[in-house]
Design a binder for this molecule. Sequence first.
Ligand SMILES: [Zn+2]
Length: 249
Amino acid sequence: MTLRSVVGIFAHPDDETVLAGGLIALLVQQHSRVHLVSATHGEGGEMGEPPVVTNRALLGATREMELRCAARTLGASLTVLDYVDPVIGPDEALYAFNADFDRLARQFAEIARQQQANLVLTHGADGEYGHPAHRLVHSAVLEGVRRMLPNVLVYSVAALVSSIEDRLWNPNEPAHFALDIRPWSETKLAAMECHVSQHALFKRRKQLTTVREALRTVESVRRQWPETHGESPNDDFARLLRTAGAWTP
Ligand SMILES: [Zn+2]
C-alpha cells in the first residue's frame, strides 16, 4: 500500500465530509495519512436554523471549529486558509472567493508537497452543482499539481453515477469508480454531526427530518491527473478502491 499521504483540498467546511467523508474514513482505515485543506472558513454560508451565531462575523470561526471536529472525527489533520467566502446572494446566487489564480495553484501544490502527498482529492470540474468556488479550487489544484508535482495523482469527487440520482454529481464527469461507503458511514455521519450550522441545509432539499437521512451512501471519483486517455485507471488508489468493493459505473 503506497498511498502513504493523501491531501483533500476543498472550498468550504463540510465539502470534505459531504463529498468524500466515506472515502477519507476508508483511506485512514487503510493507514493513509490524510490532511484536509479548506480554502475558506465558510463565512458566507448559512447560519443555521436556529442560527448557531447571532452575528455573521462569528460564522467563520464557528464553521472552522465545526470543520476541526469533522477532521478529527474522520482521522485527518487540517489547514484552513484565509480566503474570504462571499455571502450567498439573492436567489441563492453562489460566488467564488477572491484569489490570484497562480498564487492559489502554487499554494495548494506547496501544501501537497509539504505533506509528501501521493494523492490529492478535490472538487470536480463542474463544481458539483456548479458552485464557482468549487470550480476554482478544482482548476487551481490541477494547475498546481501539473506544474509542480506531476507525479502526484489527482482524483475529483462526486463524479457522475448516472444510475443514482443526486444533485451533487458533476454532470459532465463520469465516475471511474463508485463505492458503497456504508462500512464507513457511521464515521461519516459523526463528521456530518459536527457541521451543526449546516444541518438545516443538509435536510432542507428533500424535506428530511434527521441528519442521518441526509447521509449519502455512495461516493464516487474520477481521475483527473495523469490523464487517463479513456482507459480505466490502474494506480494505487484505483487498486485500493477495487479491493474495497468499488465498481465502474
Ligand atoms: Zn462548498
